[in-house]
Design a protein around this ligand. Structure first.
Ligand SMILES: Cc1ncc(COP(=O)(O)O)c(C=O)c1O
Length: 379
C-alpha cells in the first residue's frame, strides 16, 4: 500500500523501519548473491528456526505466501475433500482460499461484535461430525482466546490451525501466536508486522512429523531430489526474502510495542467520542495485541455516515481503509457455499461500520493528534 504524496498521515509507511536497517539489509542481500544459494539457502533455515523460537514453536517451514501456508498445513494434517473447517465470516478472503485449495469445505461463523474475532459460542454450534479443524484468525493483531480454543478442540477432537497472518509475536493468556494450535500459518507480505520485500509465508508447528511432511510438500513433494513421495507443490520462501527477514526479526518486538502504544494513544484520545458513536474494536489482550490494524467502529450513533467520514478524512490527507468491506459469504465467487445476506449479522454489521486508521512503526504523536483532530472536526 503506497502512501500518496498528498497524505499528511499515510495509512502505512514502511520507510522508518527500512531506513533504520538499510545497510544491514543490503549486506544480507549481498551475502546471498555471493553464496548463490537462492533456493532453500542458509538464510531460510536460519529464519525458520529464529521465527519458530521467537514464537515459542518448535519448527518453522518457510513457504511462498500465507495462503499457501494455510493450504499446505491442512494438507499435511490430512484434511481435505469431505472435511469441514470452521472459519470466521469476517476475514481476508485468503483464509477461505487456503481451505478450498486443500479441498476442504469452509464452514463460516459469525463474529463477536466488540472484538471482531470469531465468536467461539457460534463455533461450537457449527461443529458437525464432518468438522476436522478450527481455523481461528487472530484478526487485526489480537489472538483468539487460546484457552477457549484448546477447550473446544479437545472436547470435539479437532485440529487447530491458527491464521496468524496479522499477529506475529502477539500474546494472550501467556501464549504466543503460532504456539496454540497443531499448526499456524503466517503471511510475510510486505505490510504485515513482519514483512518481506515481496511475498512470503511461514508455517509453525510443534510436531516433528508434520514439519517433515510440510517441508516435503513445499518442495515438489520430494524428501530428496527426484524422489517424490507426496503430491507436493512448489512453495518456498526465497532465500533473499529470508535474509531480509533475519535482519528485521530482532526488531519486531520493539515495532510491535510501538504499535501497541500508538493504539493506547488513539484509545485515550478517542474516548470522548464514544458518546458520538466512535467505538474502537475492543482489546482483550492488553499489551499482547500487536495491532496490525487499528480499527474503530462508526456506529449508528455517529452523526456522520462511515463513508462520508472516510472520504472527508481522505480529503484532509488522513489515509484510512476498511478491513474488510464485504464479508466472505457475500463475495461473488463464494456464493456457491450457499450462504445468504443475514446469515452472519455481526460480521455484516462490522463490514458496514469499521474504519482502519493509520498504524505503523514510526507514526508520531503529532500525526496521531492530526488523525484524532480530523475525526473530531468532522463529527
Ligand atoms: C488473515 C489473513 N490470512 C491470510 C492471508 C494471506 O497471506 P498472503 O497474502 O501472504 O497469501 C492474509 C494476508 O494477506 C491475511 O491477512
Amino acid at each position: 500500500m503506497a502512501a500518496s504524496t498528498s497524505a499528511i498521515v499515510p495509512f502505512v509507511d514502511l520507510k522508518p523501519m527500512h531506513e533504520l536497517l538499510q545497510d544491514k539489509i543490503e549486506q544480507a542481500i549481498e551475502n546471498v548473491l555471493q553464496r548463490g544459494d537462492f533456493i532453500l539457502g542458509k538464510a531460510v533455515a536460519e529464519f525458520e528456526s529464529a521465527f519458530a523460537m521467537a514464537s515459542n514453536a518448535d519448527y518453522g517451514i518457510g513457504v511462498a505466501c500465507g495462503t499457501d501456508a494455510i493450504a499446505l498445513s491442512l494438507g499435511a494434517c490430512g484434511i481435505g475433500v469431505g472435511d469441514e473447517v470452521i472459519v470466521p465470516a469476517n476475514t481476508f478472503i485468503a483464509t477461505l482460499i487456503g481451505v478450498i485449495r486443500a479441498g476442504a469445505t469452509p464452514v463460516l461463523v459469525d463474529a463477536d461484535p466488540n472484538t471482531a474475532l470469531i465468536d467461539l459460542a457460534a463455533v461450537e454450534a457449527a461443529i458437525t461430525p464432518k468438522t476436522k479443524a478450527l481455523l481461528p484468525v487472530h484478526l487485526y493483531g489480537q489472538m483468539v482466546s487460546p484457552s477457549q480454543l484448546r477447550k473446544l478442540a479437545s472436547k470435539y477432537n479437532l485440529t487447530i490451525l491458527e491464521d496468524a497472518s496479522q499477529a506475529h509475536l502477539a500474546e494472550r493468556e501467556g501464549d504466543r501466536a503460532g504456539s496454540v494450535g497443531t499448526v499456524a500459518a503466517f503471511s510475510l507480505y510486505p505490510s504485515k508486522n513482519l514483512g518481506a520485500f515481496g511475498d512470503g509465508g511461514i508455517i509453525l508447528t510443534q510436531d516433528a512429523h508434520l514439519a517433515t511432511t510440510m517441508r516435503t510438500l513445499r518442495n515438489y513433494g520430494a524428501p530428496q531430489k527426484y524422489l517424490h513421495t507426496e503430491l507436493g507443490t512448489n512453495s518456498r520462501l526465497d532465500t533473499i526474502q529470508a535474509a531480509i527477514l533475519n535482519v528485521k526479526l530482532p526488531h519486531l518486538q520493539t515495532w510491535n510495542q510501538w504499535r501497541n502504544q500508538v493504539a493506547q494513544k488513539y484509545d485515550a484520545a478517542l474516548e470522548p467520542l464514544r458518546s458520538k458513536g466512535i467505538i474502537p474494536i475492543e482489546n482483550q489482550s492488553g499489551t499482547g495485541h500487536v495491532y496490525h490494524l487499528y480499527v474503530i467502529r462508526v456506529t449508528d450513533e455517529c452523526p456522520v455516515d462511515r463513508q462520508i467520514l472516510q472520504e472527508e478524512l481522505r480529503a484532509k490527507g488522513i489515509q484510512n481503509g476498511i478491513h474488510y468491506p464485504i464479508p466472505c459469504h457475500l463475495q461473488p465467487a463464494y456464493k456457491y457455499l450457499g450462504y445468504q445476506e443475514g446469515d452472519f449479522p455481526h460480521a455484516e454489521a462490522l463490514c458496514q461500520q469499521i474504519l482502519s486508521l493509520p498504524m505503523y512503526f514510526g507514526l508520531s504523536d503529532e500525526q496521531i493528534q492530526q488523525v484524532v483532530d480530523a475525526i473530531k472536526s468532522l463529527i
